[in-house]
Design a protein around this ligand. Structure first.
Ligand code: SF4
Length: 477
């Protein structure tokens, strides 16, 4: 059992030179509520603990003390498994389809006697839920039980931009009600979750700490992952790689129009098969890598099975880069799996210290993270040093900072599909630059991740998966 520890908020607030007023504005609550928490007169709910942990970049259990009186250590406790980064599931959006699907499965299992469910979608889940097919996935998952879905577009005071409430009913009476947050990459939290439900696998949560540890032990990043994960990690990543390959191969076979109403033609097959007479090796590489990225992204847009890397919308970047290199250089599946471990570690660092959710930090958190993962994977595959891997990932994020999430009609199609291809090429470029210029670098991966988080919080809400601004306002020809 754990007890809330009020002084942690005061300490963190002072350390970050933040007044009670600023913190309350940041959390969207009253100044009085923060004051009551700090004086031990009331306790933040799980959703506010989650918001506080994101604000101060500390784990959720930081705010609790054990019943034996021992305060949980002030140092951060680490990261969860890299398997949380790679989820095999149906597109088109990890936060809008895989997350809600998991929420519905959990809630349905908890309420086996329910004869009716009522779901309310808030924030980005409401604004782009129709385009992303959130309602379809929810209905499918809760069936055969009847369900009613309400899209609440007006509520703005939300603990997370992807919030949903489900109510279970029996004989016209409410039997259970719970609010969940789909926080990106298919990862979910409940207002009732206690911090220990997040299983911490890694004791470190900064790249500098990991690099120092690996250099001391003279191990590579993938070996660090192996040291910390269970012995199931390799077989899990094998199935991840098989699914990634299948989605490329299936996508290259498909023709026709993508669902959703934009009348967007699939392009992967055409791109793959269109060769210029005098095509240079560089142009060929560009065309083939891009066709693989299109293939996965078009499968995703069609609601087919893909792997989040780290999200559905950005699922094409990492597999396209790795598949191309495997074919070109004959890398074994074992080598690819090691590259996936390193990429997963980078995705995990971003998820832990910033965000991988477009609704929370814009597209920099999805495509930027995917590009960093692909760059790190490629650098691992080429056996580059830890410093070069770090630089490659840093470059990849740095040049996506500020990228907005404004998909047209809320569909994961424009700009998402093409953006996967561009990011794949950018990952290759980042590795080449890192290989030559690593000794001149001035910015660490940890710092660029921090910058991404701050930039994401500064982005106006309409640019964070609401389809209300930017590209989403353009009328298509
Ligand atoms: S614009 Fe980027 S973040 Fe937004 S849905 Fe598309 S891929 Fe995801």
């Amino acid at each position: 059992m754990e007890k809330f520890c009020p002084q942690t908020i005061t300490n963190l607030r002072r350390k970050n030179k933040m007044s009670q007023k600023t913190l309350s504005e940041y959390l969207g609550i009253s100044n009085r509520a923060v004051s009551k928490w700090e004086n031990g007169l009331s306790q933040p709910s799980a959703k506010h603990i989650y918001a506080l942990s994101k604000t101060f970049n500390v784990p959720m259990d930081y705010f609790y003390e054990k019943t034996n009186g021992k305060v949980v250590k002030a140092t951060p406790v680490g990261m969860t498994s890299v398997t949380e980064i790679y989820k095999i599931g149906r597109g088109p959006s990890s936060s809008h389809t895989i997350g809600p699907e998991r929420i519905c499965k959990i809630f349905k299992a908890k309420n086996p006697d329910a004869d009716f469910f009522k779901v309310i979608l808030y924030g980005s889940l409401a604004k782009t839920g129709k385009g992303h097919g959130t309602d379809t996935v929810i209905k499918k998952t809760l069936s055969p039980i009847q369900c009613e879905i309400e899209f609440n577009y007006v509520e703005e005071n939300l603990p997370h931009p992807n919030t949903m409430t489900i109510t279970a009913c029996k004989n016209n009476s409410e039997t259970c009600k719970e609010t969940f947050y789909s926080i990106g990459g298919g990862y979910i939290l409940s207002e009732n979750s206690s911090p220990e439900e997040e299983k911490i696998v890694y004791s470190h949560r900064k790249f500098t700490e990991i690099a120092e540890y690996c250099k001391d032990k003279k191990i590579r990043l993938w070996e660090y992952v192996l040291e910390n994960e269970t012995d199931k990690i390799e077989s899990y990543l094998k199935s991840v790689w098989e699914t990634m390959k299948s989605s490329i191969e299936a996508g290259l076979e498909m023709d026709g129009i993508l669902p959703g109403g934009l009348e967007l033609q699939r392009k992967a097959k055409t791109l793959y098969n269109s060769q210029y007479m005098s095509e240079s090796p560089e142009t060929r590489e560009n065309r083939i890598v891009c066709s693989y990225a299109f293939a996965v992204s078009e499968q995703n847009a069609s609601g087919e099975t893909i792997v989040t890397a780290p999200t559905c919308g950005s699922a094409g970047v990492l597999p396209s880069v790795l598949y191309y290199q495997q074919k070109k250089h004959d890398f074994s599946d074992t080598q690819i799996i090691r590259a996936l471990m390193t990429a997963g570690l980078i995705g995990n660092l971003i998820k832990t210290n910033a965000s991988i959710s477009g609704a929370e930090c814009g597209c920099q958190a999805e495509i930027g993270s995917a590009c960093a993962m692909a760059a790190a994977a490629l650098a691992e595959l080429f056996d580059l040093s830890i410093d070069k891997i770090e630089y490659a990932a840093e470059i990849a994020i740095e040049h996506h900072l500020g990228l907005t999430c404004d998909p047209i009609c809320g569909l994961v199609q424009i700009p998402c599909i093409e953006r996967n291809a561009v990011a794949a090429m950018r990952a290759i470029n980042a590795v080449n630059l890192a290989d030559f210029l690593w000794s001149t670098r001035r910015i660490s991966l940890d710092n660029v991740i921090k910058a991404m988080k701050e930039t994401g919080h500064d982005l106006l809400t309409p640019y964070k998966e609401t389809s209300e601004a930017g590209l989403a306002k353009i009328k298509l020809k």
